[in-house]
Design a protein around this ligand. Structure first.
Ligand SMILES: *[C@@H]1O[C@H](CO)[C@@H](O)[C@H](O)[C@H]1NC(C)=O
Ligand SMILES: *[C@@H]1O[C@H](CO)[C@@H](O)[C@H](O)[C@H]1NC(C)=O
Ligand SMILES: *[C@@H]1O[C@H](CO)[C@@H](O)[C@H](O)[C@H]1NC(C)=O
Length: 435
C-alpha cells in the first residue's frame, strides 16, 4: 500500500518527466540544469507567435502570458455570457483559462509519435502489467483480484487486444475529426468531410439522414463507456462493418458478449491515451488525440467553438449537460495555434482558410526542445517533489542502457471508474527501471 501511495505521488508530480526520462534516458535530473538563453528565447518566441495567432483566429479570445515562463492564459472578452453552469454549484463557467504551454507542446509531440492502441505487447512489457494495469481496464476489475488468475484476465481482454500496434504515426495523411455539435447543421460540410483519407466520429453519432452536414465516410469511432455498452446499436448503424471502434475506457462483459454473439464484425480496440489533466478530457479530445497519433494533419469539424452559442446541442438530439463549452473552445484554440489541428466551424467555414500567424514548425520545434529541458526541473518553484521519490532517483542514478526506443504514451483512464490519471507515468518509470 505504501508503495502504491508513493507511486501515486511520483506519477502525480512527474508524469511527463517520467516519459521524458524513459524515452531519452536523461541522467542528470539533479545535475546543474542550465537552461540556456537560446532555450528561453525559443519559448518566448513561441509565446509571441501563439499570442498573435490566438488574437487573429480566436474570434475574440486573447492569450496573455502569466507569471512563469510557461504559463499562458486564454481569456474571453469580459462581456461573454457564460451560459453553462456547474450543475453542482450553479457557478457560471469562468472566462479565463490557464495552460502550461511548455507541457502542452511537449506532451502533444509525444502523442504524435506514439501508439495509442492498447496492445498485449505493451501490457507484457510493464512490470506487473497484468496485475496493475490490465485489471483496471476491465470493468468490474476489482472482482478479478488484480488478475490473480491471469488466464481469466486475458480472456476478458482478448477480443480487444492485438499483439502489436495496428496503426502507426502518420499512417494517414489528411484526417477529419467530426464532433457532435448542433453547429454542424449550420453549414453543409458533408462533401468536404468525405474528401479526407480518414474520418473519425464519436459515440452514437448518426450519419444516415445527415450526410449533407456530416458526410458519409467513417473510418474510426471513439466510444465512451456508455456508448460502448450499446456496441450493437453503434455498429448497427454501419452495415459495411468497416468502421473501427475504439473504446476509451474499459472493456465490459456486456461488450465481450456482443462482440462474440451478435457478432460485431468491426475491429474493436481499447485506447491507450496520454494524460492531459483536467483541461482535456471527453470523447472529442480523445478522438483528436487518437487522430493526431496516426495522421499527418488533423482537421476538426462539429465542435462548438464559435462565440455566442445558444444551447449546447447535438446535431441529432436535444441539448446535453455536463460540458464546459468555453473551456473546450479555449483548449481547441490552443491546439490550433500550436499547429496541431485546423478548426472548421460555421464562422470559419472557408475550406482554404489559413490559420494566421501560426508559429512555424521550426519555432514550435525549438520551443518543444526547450520545454523538455525546462520540464526536467519538475515542479520548478515548488521545491523538489521528487525528493520523496526513491523510484525516480534510482532510475536516474542507475544505468539504463537498452531502454527500448519504442515511444509509448503514458496511458491513463481520465474517466470513470478509476480517476487515476497518473498511473501511466508511474508504470513507465518502473518499466525503465526494470530494463
Ligand atoms: C517525433 O518524430 C519526429 C519524426 O520522426 C522526430 O523528428 C521527433 O524528434 C520525434 N519526437 C520525439 C519527442 O520523439
Ligand atoms: C482461472 O480462470 C480459468 C478461466 O475461467 C479457469 O478455467 C481456471 O480454473 C481458473 N484458475 C484458477 C486457479 O482459479
Ligand atoms: C432517418 O429518417 C427516417 C425517416 O424519417 C427514419 O425512419 C430513420 O430512423 C432515420 N435514421 C436515423 C439514423 O435517424
Amino acid at each position: 500500500m505504501r508503495l502504491l501511495q508513493l507511486a501515486f505521488i511520483v506519477a502525480l508530480t512527474s508524469g511527463l518527466a517520467a516519459i521524458y526520462i524513459y524515452t531519452t534516458g536523461v541522467s542528470d535530473l539533479y545535475g546543474p540544469n542550465q537552461i540556456s538563453d537560446e532555450d528561453l528565447e525559443a519559448v518566448r518566441s513561441l509565446q509571441r507567435g501563439f499570442q498573435k495567432c490566438v488574437s487573429s483566429n480566436g474570434l475574440g479570445l486573447q492569450a496573455v502570458s502569466g507569471t512563469d515562463i510557461c504559463e499562458m492564459m486564454l481569456q474571453f472578452p469580459s462581456n461573454t455570457d457564460s451560459k453553462w453552469r456547474d450543475p453542482k454549484t450553479g457557478a457560471p463557467e469562468g472566462l479565463s483559462f490557464s495552460y502550461n504551454l511548455c507541457e502542452a507542446v511537449a506532451t502533444w509531440e509525444q502523442v504524435r509519435n506514439s501508439t495509442t492502441i492498447l496492445t498485449k505487447e505493451f501490457i507484457d512489457a510493464l512490470p506487473n502489467g497484468w496485475e496493475d494495469y490490465a485489471w483496471r481496464r476491465i470493468n468490474k476489475g476489482i472482482l478479478l483480484n488484480r488478475c490473480e488468475n491471469k488466464t481469466l484476465c486475458m480472456e476478458k481482454l482478448s477480443l480487444v487486444l492485438p499483439e502489436k500496434p495496428p496503426y502507426f504515426p502518420r499512417q494517414f495523411d489528411r484526417c477529419a475529426v467530426v464532433g457532435n455539435s448542433g453547429d454542424l447543421l449550420k453549414t453543409k460540410f458533408g462533401k468536404e468531410i468525405d474528401g479526407y483519407s480518414a474520418v473519425f466520429r464519436e459515440n452514437g453519432a448518426p450519419i444516415q439522414n445527415y450526410t449533407d452536414y456530416v458526410g458519409s465516410k467513417s473510418t474510426f469511432r471513439l466510444l465512451n463507456r456508455g456508448s460502448a455498452k450499446a456496441l450493437d446499436k453503434v455498429a448497427e448503424l454501419y452495415d459495411t462493418g468497416k468502421e473501427v471502434l475504439i473504446i476509451k475506457t474499459t472493456i465490459h462483459d456486456i461488450m465481450n458478449k456482443m462482440i462474440r454473439e451478435i457478432p460485431i464484425q468491426n475491429p474493436v480496440y481499447l485506447m491507450l491515451g496520454a494524460s492531459f489533466g483536467s483541461a482535456a478530457k471527453g470523447t472529442g479530445l480523445k478522438a483528436l488525440e487518437f487522430a493526431l497519433s496516426i495522421c499527418d494533419t488533423v482537421d476538426m469539424y462539429g465542435f462548438t467553438v464559435d462565440p455566442g452559442y445558444k444551447e449546447w446541442t447535438r446535431y441529432f438530439s436535444e441539448s446535453r449537460q455536463g460540458h464546459t463549452p468555453l473551456q473546450g473552445r479555449a483548449y481547441y484554440q490552443l491546439m490550433e495555434c500550436l499547429g496541431l489541428i485546423k478548426i472548421h466551424s460555421p464562422m470559419r467555414s472557408d475550406p482554404n482558410r489559413v490559420v494566421k500567424w501560426l508559429p512555424d514548425r521550426s519555432t514550435v520545434a525549438a520551443a518543444r526542445i526547450a520545454s523538455e529541458k525546462l520540464l526536467r526541473r519538475v515542479g520548478a518553484g515548488s521545491g523538489d517533489p521528487l525528493g520523496a521519490c526513491s523510484i525516480i532517483k534510482k532510475l536516474v542514478k542507475g544505468k539504463h542502457k537498452g531502454v527500448s526506443d519504442t515511444v509509448y504514451s503514458a496511458q491513463c483512464q481520465p474517466d470513470e471508474p478509476f480517476k487515476i490519471d497518473f498511473m501511466g507515468g508511474c508504470a513507465l518509470t518502473d518499466l525503465a527501471l526494470e530494463r
